[in-house]
Design a protein around this ligand. Sequence first.
Ligand code: ATP
Ligand code: MG
Length: 422
Amino acid sequence: MVLTRQDHSISRKDISENTLKVLYRLKKHGYQAYLVGGGVRDLLLNKHPKDFDVATNALPEEIRKIFSNCRLIGRRFRLAHVHFGRDIIEVATFRKQVEHAHEEVAHSAAGMVLRDNVYGSIEEDAWRRDFTINALYYNIADFSVVDFTGGIQDLKDRKLRMIGDTATRFREDPVRMLRAIRFASKLDLSFSDELVAPMLASRSLITHVPPARLFEEVIKLFHSGAAYPAFEQLLEYGLFEALFPQTFACLQDDVYPTKALLTDVFTNTDKRIREDKGVTPVFIIAALLWHPILKLAQKYMDDGMSLYSARLKAMEICLSEQIKRISMPKRISFGAKEIWMLQSRMQNRAGKRAERMMLEPRFRAAYDFLLLRSTSGEPIKELADWWQVYVEADPSERRNLVKKASGKPKKKKRKKEDTEKK
Ligand code: ATP
Ligand code: MG
């Protein structure tokens, strides 16, 4: 099906200038050039696309010849990146899905596609994509939208439907389950009927995905602006358990207010994105592992370890358990550790400590986290209130606050706040 220029709402002024340059230049050199994927989908939904992907029948080498500012990248498949300063336009050659028995495609034992670098026609390119709404092509030659898989109707019905056999497509690439949740929650779509059962049946396959890829996907999911609904769906489909087993255990045993903390963190992340404020994976990782750390540290303390050593050891163990499933760049785990360490340090406010702590690069994140811990039900209200007043006070008031805080019997107070459970 083809929607002509009059039949759809996409206008060239909604497409970034650099993307248009790439499309026109490909066309000028005699190639087919289309906008595809999330860009077309979001424009048809009257949303502002995050980025634009270009698809063409030009081969990577041919693309490189017509763009001086072009680099070829990709292990899984070759892609061209056209650079305009910091803006990068991704240009992909049409490719087809290679059938299972075919020798050109590598499969893992579990049926996952490892390489699929075989070029094809635009129609073949459409059928190898994940969801029908992601397989719509905007043609720069006549400004029409081309639909091979029924995506336009599904967009109208606000349905997320897999292209091809759902169970097979989840088996080929279990990350599609996370993508399904991301698109459904971000775009407020419902799953087509055939999606639900295979999703439940395939959930354990998510553990076969390389941990580094999972990190990328999980962060995309939590930074999509709909982290909270995504979290609920991860739970509903049994994926949260597979991704964050230690956190899931805390949700189950309910020793700490884990559900409340995560609800607050995710709704807060969504709010920050709505308000165009910065978000970081560090904060989300810090929140997800916080209760597992408290729980494990408590066990070590019961065995006689000091609070400081117990927490430190628990951080290391919980992180190393987590990265078996989802690996993360060092700067992320370091950042999370800084937030966790500051949680303990913030209890000790005597002398110049509070003042110095405020100069720490992670102070703001640690402070925000402390407030979230308090509002979600950890018994640290007094401490959180103190910091809130302190942060907002002027220097002379701050001195008084420090006196007040250090006047209390420190040892006893610290013990109470740190070891007390819900
Ligand atoms: P976003 O708004 O997050 O960028 P997107 O749909 O553009 O959403 P990308 O990851 O940029 O997502 O992928 C671009 C397109 O490539 C998708 O729209 C889809 O057609 C195809 N695609 C991406 N990942 C997969 C996958 N795992 N399996 C099949 N097709 C995929
Ligand atoms: Mg995209």
